[in-house]
Design a protein around this ligand. Structure first.
Ligand code: DGL
Length: 271
């Protein structure tokens, strides 16, 4: 059981920020990643569609014999976590709770900002989770739809990034928050530019936070992998492996090999 892989899925390439943090913290763990590149973005879709897609991605990974499922996508974590937990008899971790808990640990004035896709912000998953843990907290939310495409274009610093950051985050900057959750897989790549604009505001990277939860959960369930051989990292995509590799390597800072294109229809998952 310990040697079984951890399954990680995302709507596309962005979840590699989560894979990177898990790999950094737990280098002995075998990892299988699925990027649903044929249907990205999830962030503009209805809750029903996000749930349907998430169940299909989870089924693909489940059939690979994973010991734990990590939902790297904030949009999917916001909307489909409960359904996934009901449908699969393995532990399922999303990014919302780890991000919320970390923000509450870091904030001094209990005023927290959250940025994410339209679907994540509309779901109110972050404010609900934060207030559930600490009802005294105030949460200010903002969707930042242009952040995903600019990161995928490799624009993470410079004039264009600065202008878009200012446009989305001016209100947040003036709102008196002392902590901001980067509630989308792509936003950690903009961390430097966002930090420059928001100076003293703490930035919470939900990718880092979820990696710590993965470690805790595996320890608790005595499922940590202590293999001597090198860990395996396998990547699957539902479309365009070359594009995934090119952009993914910007996210990861290491080379992606072991990549395969799969079809959810051929796998019998989409009927
Ligand atoms: N992975 C998504 C998220 O974290 C961003 C990209 C998308 O909209 O699918 O919300």
């Amino acid at each position: 059981m310990k040697n079984k892989p951890i399954g990680i899925f995302d709507s596309g390439v962005g979840g590699l920020t989560v894979l990177k943090e898990i790999h950094k913290l737990l280098p002995k763990e075998n990892l299988i990643y699925l990027g649903d590149t044929a249907r990205v973005p999830y962030g503009i879709r209805s809750p029903e569609t996000v749930i349907k897609y998430s169940l299909q991605c989870a089924e693909f990974l489940y059939k690979k014999g994973i010991k734990l499922l990590v939902v790297a996508c904030n949009t999917s974590s916001s909307i489909s976590l409960d359904v996934l937990r009901k449908n699969f008899n393995i532990p399922v971790l999303g990014v919302i709770e780890p991000g919320a808990k970390t923000a509450l640990r870091v904030t001094k004035n209990k005023k927290i900002g959250v940025i994410g896709t339209e679907a994540t912000i509309q779901s109110k998953a972050y404010p609900l989770k934060i207030k559930n843990i600490n009802p005294d907290a105030t949460v200010i939310s903002k969707s930042c739809p242009l952040f995903v495409p600019i990161v995928e274009e490799g624009i993470t610093e410079g004039n264009i990034a600065d202008l878009i950051i200012e446009r989305y985050l001016r209100e947040i900057k003036e709102s008196g928050i002392d902590t901001l959750i980067l509630g989308c897989t792509h936003y950690p790549l903009l961390k430097k530019a966002i930090k420059k604009y928001l100076n003293n505001i703490n930035l919470v990277d939900s990718a880092e936070a979820v990696a710590q939860d993965v470690e805790e959960l595996l320890k608790e369930k005595k499922l940590l992998n202590n293999q001597k051989s090198n860990a395996i990292k396998l990547f699957y995509v539902t479309d365009s492996p070359d594009r995934f590799k090119k952009i993914g390597e910007i996210f990861l800072n290491f080379e992606i090999d072991n990549i395969a294109k799969i079809s959810l229809e051929q796998e019998g998952i989409i009927k």
